[in-house]
Design a protein around this ligand. Structure first.
Ligand SMILES: NC(=O)c1ccc[n+]([C@@H]2O[C@H](COP(=O)([O-])OP(=O)(O)OC[C@H]3O[C@@H](n4cnc5c(N)ncnc54)[C@H](OP(=O)(O)O)[C@@H]3O)[C@@H](O)[C@H]2O)c1
Length: 262
C-alpha cells in the first residue's frame, strides 16, 4: 500500500497528513476528500479491511498512501509509529478523529468501570498525548495544523453517556490550551465539536435539524482546519444548545438532561 517518494529535485513537494480513525465513517470521509495528487496520507485505524478500502480509494484518487492498523490504547506502539512516520516525512497536518461513543449499556444504571477507563483512554488520553507529540514536532519546524474532533456531547453532562461526554469535554479543554501554547510557533490547533453526523450505519433516530451529512461535516472540518479556526461547532445549532445549557437554572437543566436518551 505504501509507495515511495521520488527524491528527484524537480519532484513536487508532497503535503503529508496523518489521519486517525481513518477506518471509520468521518475519518474515511476526510481521507477521501483530501485524497489527490500531491498528498501523502498516513491513515491509522484498527479494522484492516475498512482501512484498506479507504486506502485504496485514496490511492485511486492519486494520493500516496500509507495505512497502519494500530490500537491507540497502546501508547508505546503509537509513539513509535509517530516517530517512524515523522522520520520518513515531516507531518504537515494531523486530523485526530478516532474515538469511541459507547453510552451506558441497556439495563445498567451507570457504565461499567472498564468502559469508563477505555473511553477516557481513547477519547482523551491517547488523543491528547498524540496531539502533544505532534505539536512539539511541528512547533520545532515552525509550521503545522492539528485538527481535533471533539463532540457537542462535551458541552453537556449527559447521564446516558457520562464517560463519552466527559472525555470530549476534557479533550476540548486540552485542544484550546494546546492552541494557546503553540500559537506563537506557527502551529494551529482546531477543535471541531460535531452534533449528530448522519451516515448510513449511524442508525440514530435524530431530528433532521440536529444532523449534518457526512460529506458536509468533512467539508466544514477541512475548511475550519485550513482557516486555522480555534473552534467550530457543526451544525451551528449545537452552539445554541450549549448556550441554553449554560443559561438554564440548575434544576431545569438537570430535568432536561435526565430526559435525554442515547
Ligand atoms: N458520528 C457522530 O454523530 C459524531 C458526533 C460527534 C462526534 N463524533 C466523533 O467523531 C469521531 C469519528 O466518529 P465516527 O462517527 O466516524 O465513528 P466510527 O465510524 O465508529 O469511527 C471511529 C474511528 O475511531 C477508531 N478507533 C476507535 N477506537 C480506537 C482505538 N482504540 N485505536 C485506534 N482507533 C480507534 C475506529 O477504528 P476501527 O473502526 O478500525 O476500530 C474508527 O476508525 C469520533 O471521535 C466521534 O466521537 C461523531
Amino acid at each position: 500500500m505504501d509507495t515511495s517518494v521520488s527524491t528527484h529535485s524537480a519532484a513536487p513537494v508532497l503535503r503529508v497528513t496523518l489521519i486517525t480513525g481513518a477506518s471509520g465513517a468521518l475519518g474515511g470521509a476526510l481521507a477521501r476528500q483530501l485524497a489527490a495528487p500531491g498528498q501523502r496520507l498516513i491513515l491509522w485505524g484498527r479494522d484492516t479491511g475498512r482501512l484498506a478500502a479507504v486506502a485504496s480509494a485514496c490511492s485511486a484518487a492519486g494520493a500516496q498512501v500509507e495505512a497502519l492498523s494500530l490500537d491507540l490504547a497502546d501508547q508505546a506502539a503509537m509513539q513509535a509509529a509517530l516517530a517512524a512516520a515523522g522520520a520518513r516525512w515531516p507531518i504537515d497536518a494531523a486530523l485526530l478523529v478516532a474515538g469511541q461513543g459507547d453510552p451506558v449499556p441497556p439495563g445498567l444504571l451507570v457504565e461499567p468501570p472498564d468502559q469508563v477507563a477505555r473511553l477516557a483512554m481513547i477519547n482523551f488520553a491517547a488523543t491528547a498525548a498524540l496531539a502533544s507529540a505532534l505539536a512539539a514536532g511541528m512547533a520545532a519546524r515552525g509550521d503545522g495544523r492539528i485538527l481535533i474532533v471533539g463532540s457537542a456531547a462535551g458541552f453537556h453532562a449527559l447521564p446516558h453517556a457520562p464517560a463519552y461526554a466527559a472525555s470530549k469535554a476534557g479533550l476540548a479543554h486540552f485542544a484550546q490550551a494546546l492552541r494557546l501554547a503553540v500559537a506563537a510557533s506557527g502551529v494551529t490547533v482546531t477543535l471541531v465539536s460535531p452534533g449528530f453526523i448522519d451516515w448510513a450505519g449511524g442508525g440514530r433516530p435524530v431530528p433532521r435539524l440536529l444532523k449534518i451529512s457526512l460529506a458536509e461535516a468533512a467539508q466544514r472540518i477541512l475548511a475550519a482546519m485550513s482557516a486555522g479556526a480555534g473552534h467550530a461547532i457543526i451544525p451551528r445549532r449545537f452552539a445554541l444548545l450549549r448556550l441554553l445549557d449554560r443559561l438554564l437554572p440548575g434544576p431545569l437543566r438537570a430535568a432536561a438532561l435526565r430526559r435525554l436518551r442515547p
